[in-house]
Design a protein around this ligand. Structure first.
Ligand code: SAH
Ligand code: SF4
Length: 355
Protein backbone atom coordinates (compact mmCIF):
# COMPACT_ATOMS: atom_id res chain seq x y z
CA UNK A 1 0.00 0.00 0.00
CA UNK A 2 1.09 3.47 -0.85
CA UNK A 3 1.18 5.41 2.41
CA UNK A 4 1.93 8.68 0.58
CA UNK A 5 -1.47 8.46 -1.15
CA UNK A 6 -3.43 8.54 2.10
CA UNK A 7 -4.95 11.50 3.92
CA UNK A 8 -4.52 11.79 7.69
CA UNK A 9 -7.98 10.36 8.16
CA UNK A 10 -7.25 7.40 5.94
CA UNK A 11 -3.96 6.76 7.72
CA UNK A 12 -6.04 6.68 10.93
CA UNK A 13 -8.40 4.11 9.45
CA UNK A 14 -5.52 2.02 8.13
CA UNK A 15 -3.96 2.01 11.59
CA UNK A 16 -7.27 1.08 13.18
CA UNK A 17 -7.50 -1.84 10.79
CA UNK A 18 -4.14 -2.95 12.16
CA UNK A 19 -5.58 -2.79 15.68
CA UNK A 20 -3.89 0.51 16.58
CA UNK A 21 -5.39 3.70 18.01
CA UNK A 22 -6.21 6.47 15.51
CA UNK A 23 -4.03 9.05 17.24
CA UNK A 24 -0.98 7.26 15.93
CA UNK A 25 -1.81 8.65 12.49
CA UNK A 26 -0.43 12.04 13.53
CA UNK A 27 2.74 10.48 14.86
CA UNK A 28 3.19 8.48 11.69
CA UNK A 29 2.53 11.43 9.37
CA UNK A 30 4.89 13.58 11.35
CA UNK A 31 7.64 11.02 10.74
CA UNK A 32 6.80 10.81 7.08
CA UNK A 33 6.34 14.49 6.21
CA UNK A 34 7.88 16.67 8.92
CA UNK A 35 10.86 14.48 9.72
CA UNK A 36 11.11 12.76 6.37
CA UNK A 37 11.81 9.30 7.70
CA UNK A 38 12.62 6.84 4.92
CA UNK A 39 12.44 3.82 7.13
CA UNK A 40 9.81 2.69 9.64
CA UNK A 41 12.51 1.49 12.03
CA UNK A 42 13.48 5.13 12.67
CA UNK A 43 10.01 5.91 14.08
CA UNK A 44 11.00 5.40 17.67
CA UNK A 45 7.81 6.61 19.38
CA UNK A 46 5.86 3.84 17.64
CA UNK A 47 5.85 0.37 19.22
CA UNK A 48 8.33 -2.02 17.62
CA UNK A 49 5.59 -4.48 16.65
CA UNK A 50 3.72 -1.74 14.81
CA UNK A 51 6.88 -0.59 13.04
CA UNK A 52 7.44 -4.02 11.58
CA UNK A 53 3.75 -4.38 10.66
CA UNK A 54 3.93 -1.01 8.88
CA UNK A 55 7.06 -2.04 7.03
CA UNK A 56 5.20 -5.08 5.70
CA UNK A 57 2.09 -3.13 4.67
CA UNK A 58 3.42 0.14 3.35
CA UNK A 59 5.96 1.57 0.98
CA UNK A 60 7.53 4.95 1.83
CA UNK A 61 9.41 5.68 -1.39
CA UNK A 62 7.59 4.56 -4.56
CA UNK A 63 10.26 6.23 -6.73
CA UNK A 64 13.81 5.36 -7.49
CA UNK A 65 16.24 7.82 -9.03
CA UNK A 66 17.60 6.74 -12.41
CA UNK A 67 19.50 9.83 -13.51
CA UNK A 68 19.86 13.51 -12.71
CA UNK A 69 20.91 15.95 -15.41
CA UNK A 70 21.76 19.62 -15.06
CA UNK A 71 23.51 21.38 -12.21
CA UNK A 72 22.70 23.44 -9.16
CA UNK A 73 22.47 26.72 -11.12
CA UNK A 74 20.45 25.34 -13.99
CA UNK A 75 17.27 23.43 -14.42
CA UNK A 76 17.78 19.93 -13.09
CA UNK A 77 15.87 16.99 -14.52
CA UNK A 78 15.25 13.89 -12.43
CA UNK A 79 14.36 10.67 -14.14
CA UNK A 80 12.57 8.36 -11.72
CA UNK A 81 11.56 4.76 -12.00
CA UNK A 82 8.26 3.70 -10.47
CA UNK A 83 7.65 0.39 -8.76
CA UNK A 84 6.22 -1.16 -11.95
CA UNK A 85 9.27 -0.11 -13.98
CA UNK A 86 7.59 2.86 -15.73
CA UNK A 87 9.57 6.08 -15.82
CA UNK A 88 8.66 9.71 -15.26
CA UNK A 89 10.46 13.00 -15.14
CA UNK A 90 10.48 15.73 -12.51
CA UNK A 91 12.16 19.08 -13.03
CA UNK A 92 13.64 21.43 -10.43
CA UNK A 93 13.83 25.04 -11.52
CA UNK A 94 16.42 26.96 -9.55
CA UNK A 95 15.78 29.86 -7.24
CA UNK A 96 16.92 32.55 -9.64
CA UNK A 97 14.41 31.77 -12.37
CA UNK A 98 10.66 31.83 -11.94
CA UNK A 99 8.64 29.75 -14.33
CA UNK A 100 7.17 33.00 -15.58
CA UNK A 101 10.65 34.10 -16.60
CA UNK A 102 10.93 36.59 -13.75
CA UNK A 103 13.68 36.47 -11.17
CA UNK A 104 12.53 34.84 -8.02
CA UNK A 105 14.03 33.45 -4.85
CA UNK A 106 11.80 30.45 -4.84
CA UNK A 107 12.55 27.00 -6.16
CA UNK A 108 9.86 25.50 -8.31
CA UNK A 109 9.25 21.82 -8.86
CA UNK A 110 7.58 20.72 -12.07
CA UNK A 111 5.89 17.36 -11.47
CA UNK A 112 4.44 14.69 -13.75
CA UNK A 113 0.86 13.54 -13.22
CA UNK A 114 0.71 10.58 -15.62
CA UNK A 115 3.02 8.19 -17.44
CA UNK A 116 2.64 9.49 -20.99
CA UNK A 117 -0.38 11.49 -22.11
CA UNK A 118 -3.48 10.60 -24.11
CA UNK A 119 -4.17 14.09 -25.45
CA UNK A 120 -1.73 14.04 -28.33
CA UNK A 121 -1.04 17.76 -28.78
CA UNK A 122 0.89 17.88 -32.02
CA UNK A 123 3.84 19.84 -30.65
CA UNK A 124 4.39 17.97 -27.40
CA UNK A 125 6.87 15.21 -26.64
CA UNK A 126 4.91 13.78 -23.73
CA UNK A 127 2.03 12.55 -25.84
CA UNK A 128 4.09 11.06 -28.66
CA UNK A 129 4.08 7.55 -27.29
CA UNK A 130 0.57 7.63 -25.88
CA UNK A 131 -0.75 7.19 -22.40
CA UNK A 132 0.43 4.40 -20.12
CA UNK A 133 -1.18 5.03 -16.76
CA UNK A 134 -2.11 7.55 -14.10
CA UNK A 135 0.23 8.32 -11.25
CA UNK A 136 -1.08 7.68 -7.76
CA UNK A 137 -1.27 10.65 -5.40
CA UNK A 138 1.67 9.13 -3.56
CA UNK A 139 3.77 9.01 -6.72
CA UNK A 140 3.06 12.71 -7.23
CA UNK A 141 3.87 13.66 -3.62
CA UNK A 142 6.96 11.41 -3.68
CA UNK A 143 8.45 13.50 -6.50
CA UNK A 144 8.78 16.41 -4.07
CA UNK A 145 10.08 14.25 -1.23
CA UNK A 146 12.65 12.59 -3.48
CA UNK A 147 13.93 15.82 -5.01
CA UNK A 148 14.26 17.56 -1.65
CA UNK A 149 16.06 14.50 -0.33
CA UNK A 150 18.42 14.23 -3.30
CA UNK A 151 19.32 17.93 -3.37
CA UNK A 152 18.98 19.00 0.24
CA UNK A 153 17.03 22.00 -1.09
CA UNK A 154 13.62 23.19 -0.05
CA UNK A 155 10.91 23.63 -2.66
CA UNK A 156 8.50 26.56 -2.39
CA UNK A 157 6.38 26.15 -5.52
CA UNK A 158 4.98 23.21 -7.37
CA UNK A 159 3.62 23.23 -10.90
CA UNK A 160 1.82 20.36 -12.63
CA UNK A 161 3.54 20.90 -15.96
CA UNK A 162 5.51 17.73 -16.37
CA UNK A 163 4.35 14.68 -18.26
CA UNK A 164 0.61 14.08 -18.45
CA UNK A 165 -2.69 15.91 -18.23
CA UNK A 166 -3.43 16.45 -14.52
CA UNK A 167 -7.17 16.89 -15.07
CA UNK A 168 -7.31 13.46 -16.72
CA UNK A 169 -6.12 12.06 -13.38
CA UNK A 170 -8.50 14.19 -11.37
CA UNK A 171 -9.10 12.16 -8.20
CA UNK A 172 -5.40 11.54 -7.61
CA UNK A 173 -4.62 15.16 -8.42
CA UNK A 174 -7.03 16.39 -5.72
CA UNK A 175 -5.65 13.91 -3.27
CA UNK A 176 -2.05 14.95 -4.03
CA UNK A 177 -2.93 18.65 -3.70
CA UNK A 178 -4.58 17.99 -0.34
CA UNK A 179 -1.51 16.14 0.97
CA UNK A 180 0.88 18.77 -0.42
CA UNK A 181 -1.17 21.51 1.23
CA UNK A 182 -2.03 19.89 4.57
CA UNK A 183 -0.29 21.08 7.75
CA UNK A 184 0.25 17.40 8.66
CA UNK A 185 1.61 16.85 5.11
CA UNK A 186 4.04 18.97 3.10
CA UNK A 187 2.46 22.28 4.11
CA UNK A 188 2.79 24.14 0.80
CA UNK A 189 0.42 27.09 0.44
CA UNK A 190 -2.29 26.52 -2.16
CA UNK A 191 -1.25 29.70 -3.97
CA UNK A 192 2.17 28.14 -4.43
CA UNK A 193 0.67 25.30 -6.45
CA UNK A 194 -0.27 25.62 -10.12
CA UNK A 195 -2.18 23.10 -12.18
CA UNK A 196 -1.78 23.35 -15.94
CA UNK A 197 -4.40 21.91 -18.27
CA UNK A 198 -4.80 21.65 -22.00
CA UNK A 199 -8.48 22.54 -21.53
CA UNK A 200 -10.67 19.81 -20.05
CA UNK A 201 -13.73 22.02 -19.60
CA UNK A 202 -15.83 19.88 -17.20
CA UNK A 203 -12.81 19.46 -14.94
CA UNK A 204 -12.07 23.18 -14.92
CA UNK A 205 -15.62 23.69 -13.67
CA UNK A 206 -15.24 20.93 -11.06
CA UNK A 207 -11.94 22.43 -9.99
CA UNK A 208 -13.67 25.71 -9.20
CA UNK A 209 -15.72 23.80 -6.60
CA UNK A 210 -12.82 22.24 -4.72
CA UNK A 211 -11.82 24.22 -1.66
CA UNK A 212 -8.16 25.07 -2.32
CA UNK A 213 -7.05 28.35 -3.90
CA UNK A 214 -4.75 26.54 -6.30
CA UNK A 215 -3.63 28.51 -9.34
CA UNK A 216 -4.73 27.46 -12.78
CA UNK A 217 -2.76 27.75 -16.00
CA UNK A 218 -4.34 27.04 -19.36
CA UNK A 219 -2.26 25.68 -22.22
CA UNK A 220 -3.93 27.80 -24.87
CA UNK A 221 -1.39 27.81 -27.72
CA UNK A 222 -3.95 29.09 -30.23
CA UNK A 223 -6.32 32.06 -30.07
CA UNK A 224 -8.92 30.72 -32.51
CA UNK A 225 -10.60 27.36 -33.06
CA UNK A 226 -8.98 27.18 -36.45
CA UNK A 227 -5.47 27.26 -35.01
CA UNK A 228 -6.24 25.29 -31.85
CA UNK A 229 -7.96 22.52 -33.81
CA UNK A 230 -4.85 22.11 -35.86
CA UNK A 231 -2.47 21.53 -32.94
CA UNK A 232 -4.61 20.39 -29.99
CA UNK A 233 -7.11 17.58 -30.62
CA UNK A 234 -8.77 18.40 -27.27
CA UNK A 235 -10.15 21.56 -28.87
CA UNK A 236 -12.53 19.56 -31.04
CA UNK A 237 -14.11 18.20 -27.91
CA UNK A 238 -14.05 21.48 -25.98
CA UNK A 239 -13.86 24.40 -28.38
CA UNK A 240 -12.39 27.76 -27.45
CA UNK A 241 -15.57 29.57 -26.40
CA UNK A 242 -16.51 26.76 -24.02
CA UNK A 243 -12.99 26.76 -22.64
CA UNK A 244 -12.96 30.52 -22.10
CA UNK A 245 -16.37 30.37 -20.40
CA UNK A 246 -15.09 27.71 -18.02
CA UNK A 247 -11.98 29.82 -17.35
CA UNK A 248 -14.14 32.83 -16.57
CA UNK A 249 -16.18 30.69 -14.21
CA UNK A 250 -13.00 29.59 -12.43
CA UNK A 251 -11.46 33.01 -12.11
CA UNK A 252 -14.71 34.60 -10.97
CA UNK A 253 -15.52 31.93 -8.44
CA UNK A 254 -11.96 31.79 -7.11
CA UNK A 255 -11.34 35.54 -7.44
CA UNK A 256 -8.10 34.68 -9.14
CA UNK A 257 -6.18 35.63 -12.26
CA UNK A 258 -5.43 32.74 -14.58
CA UNK A 259 -2.40 32.31 -16.76
CA UNK A 260 -2.55 31.50 -20.45
CA UNK A 261 0.44 29.57 -21.68
CA UNK A 262 1.13 30.14 -25.31
CA UNK A 263 3.94 28.35 -27.14
CA UNK A 264 5.05 30.39 -30.11
CA UNK A 265 5.29 28.12 -33.16
CA UNK A 266 6.51 29.51 -36.43
CA UNK A 267 3.80 30.04 -39.05
CA UNK A 268 1.27 28.21 -36.92
CA UNK A 269 0.15 30.59 -34.17
CA UNK A 270 2.56 33.53 -34.35
CA UNK A 271 0.64 35.92 -36.59
CA UNK A 272 -0.40 39.45 -35.60
CA UNK A 273 -3.98 38.35 -35.92
CA UNK A 274 -3.46 35.56 -33.37
CA UNK A 275 -1.70 38.02 -31.05
CA UNK A 276 -4.64 40.43 -31.22
CA UNK A 277 -7.12 37.61 -30.59
CA UNK A 278 -5.05 36.32 -27.66
CA UNK A 279 -4.90 39.83 -26.20
CA UNK A 280 -8.65 40.12 -26.41
CA UNK A 281 -9.22 36.78 -24.65
CA UNK A 282 -6.73 37.77 -21.96
CA UNK A 283 -8.46 41.12 -21.55
CA UNK A 284 -11.85 39.51 -21.15
CA UNK A 285 -10.53 37.15 -18.48
CA UNK A 286 -7.94 39.47 -16.94
CA UNK A 287 -5.49 36.65 -17.52
CA UNK A 288 -1.71 36.84 -17.58
CA UNK A 289 0.10 35.48 -20.60
CA UNK A 290 3.28 33.39 -20.73
CA UNK A 291 4.80 33.27 -24.18
CA UNK A 292 7.11 30.29 -24.65
CA UNK A 293 9.25 30.03 -27.78
CA UNK A 294 8.77 26.49 -29.08
CA UNK A 295 11.39 23.95 -28.10
CA UNK A 296 12.31 21.55 -30.83
CA UNK A 297 11.20 17.98 -30.25
CA UNK A 298 13.03 15.21 -32.09
CA UNK A 299 10.69 13.72 -34.65
CA UNK A 300 8.48 16.81 -34.92
CA UNK A 301 8.85 19.48 -37.58
CA UNK A 302 7.69 22.57 -35.70
CA UNK A 303 10.06 25.48 -35.15
CA UNK A 304 10.12 28.61 -33.06
CA UNK A 305 9.60 31.98 -34.75
CA UNK A 306 12.50 34.38 -35.20
CA UNK A 307 13.23 36.75 -32.33
CA UNK A 308 11.78 39.62 -34.31
CA UNK A 309 8.47 37.79 -34.66
CA UNK A 310 8.51 36.82 -30.98
CA UNK A 311 9.03 40.47 -30.04
CA UNK A 312 6.32 41.64 -32.40
CA UNK A 313 3.92 39.24 -30.72
CA UNK A 314 4.99 40.44 -27.28
CA UNK A 315 4.60 44.10 -28.28
CA UNK A 316 1.02 43.53 -29.42
CA UNK A 317 0.24 42.11 -25.99
CA UNK A 318 2.03 44.90 -24.14
CA UNK A 319 0.38 47.62 -26.22
CA UNK A 320 -2.91 46.30 -24.90
CA UNK A 321 -1.61 46.26 -21.32
CA UNK A 322 -1.75 42.49 -20.95
CA UNK A 323 0.70 41.31 -18.29
CA UNK A 324 2.91 39.17 -20.50
CA UNK A 325 6.26 37.45 -20.18
CA UNK A 326 8.37 36.02 -22.95
CA UNK A 327 10.73 33.29 -21.81
CA UNK A 328 14.20 33.86 -23.16
CA UNK A 329 16.68 31.97 -21.11
CA UNK A 330 19.41 30.70 -23.36
CA UNK A 331 21.70 28.09 -21.76
CA UNK A 332 19.17 26.68 -19.35
CA UNK A 333 15.86 26.52 -21.01
CA UNK A 334 13.05 25.99 -18.56
CA UNK A 335 10.42 25.18 -21.12
CA UNK A 336 12.71 22.57 -22.59
CA UNK A 337 12.46 20.86 -19.27
CA UNK A 338 8.76 20.92 -18.59
CA UNK A 339 6.34 18.73 -20.46
CA UNK A 340 9.03 17.49 -22.77
CA UNK A 341 9.89 14.00 -21.71
CA UNK A 342 9.26 11.36 -24.27
CA UNK A 343 8.59 7.88 -23.00
CA UNK A 344 10.83 6.22 -25.54
CA UNK A 345 13.72 8.42 -24.45
CA UNK A 346 12.98 7.79 -20.80
CA UNK A 347 13.12 4.08 -21.39
CA UNK A 348 16.46 4.31 -23.17
CA UNK A 349 18.01 6.96 -21.02
CA UNK A 350 21.38 6.18 -19.58
CA UNK A 351 24.65 8.08 -19.10
CA UNK A 352 24.55 11.85 -18.82
CA UNK A 353 23.85 11.51 -15.14
CA UNK A 354 25.48 14.06 -12.91
CA UNK A 355 24.93 12.09 -9.75
N1 SAH B 1 -1.04 18.51 -19.99
C1 SAH B 1 -0.95 19.74 -19.28
C2 SAH B 1 0.23 19.76 -18.37
C3 SAH B 1 1.56 19.54 -19.06
S1 SAH B 1 2.18 21.09 -19.18
C4 SAH B 1 -0.94 20.89 -20.25
O1 SAH B 1 -0.83 20.65 -21.45
O2 SAH B 1 -1.10 22.03 -19.82
C5 SAH B 1 3.44 21.00 -20.22
C6 SAH B 1 3.66 22.39 -20.77
O3 SAH B 1 4.72 22.32 -21.70
C7 SAH B 1 2.40 22.84 -21.52
O4 SAH B 1 2.17 24.21 -21.42
C8 SAH B 1 2.78 22.44 -22.89
O5 SAH B 1 1.98 23.04 -23.80
C9 SAH B 1 4.25 22.82 -22.93
N2 SAH B 1 4.97 22.22 -24.04
C10 SAH B 1 4.75 21.03 -24.61
N3 SAH B 1 5.59 20.84 -25.65
C11 SAH B 1 6.34 21.96 -25.72
C12 SAH B 1 7.40 22.38 -26.61
N4 SAH B 1 7.82 21.60 -27.58
N5 SAH B 1 7.96 23.59 -26.39
C13 SAH B 1 7.55 24.36 -25.38
N6 SAH B 1 6.57 24.03 -24.54
C14 SAH B 1 5.97 22.84 -24.70
FE1 SF4 C 1 -0.58 16.09 -22.98
FE2 SF4 C 1 -0.21 18.62 -22.14
FE3 SF4 C 1 1.51 17.47 -23.89
FE4 SF4 C 1 -0.96 18.11 -24.67
S1 SF4 C 1 0.65 19.56 -23.98
S2 SF4 C 1 0.10 16.17 -25.11
S3 SF4 C 1 -2.14 17.68 -22.85
S4 SF4 C 1 1.16 16.88 -21.78
Amino acid sequence: MDLLSLTLDEVGSALEALGEPRYRARQLCSWVYARRAVDFEAMLNLPAALRSKLAQEFSLRPLEKVTVTGSKDTTRKFLFQLEDGQRIETVLIPASMGLDGERSKRRTLCVSSQVGCAYGCRFCASGLDGWKRNLSAGEIVAQLLAVEELTGEKIQNIVFMGMGEPFANYENLLRALAILNAPWGIGLGARHMTVSTSGLVPRIRDFADQPLQVRLAISLHGASDEVRDQIMPVNRRYPLEELLDACLHYSTKKKQYLTFEYILIRDVNDSEEQARALASHAQRLQAKVNLIPYNTVTGLDWERPTEAVQKRFLRIMQDRNIPTTLRREKGHDIAAACGQLRLAQAANSDGMASS
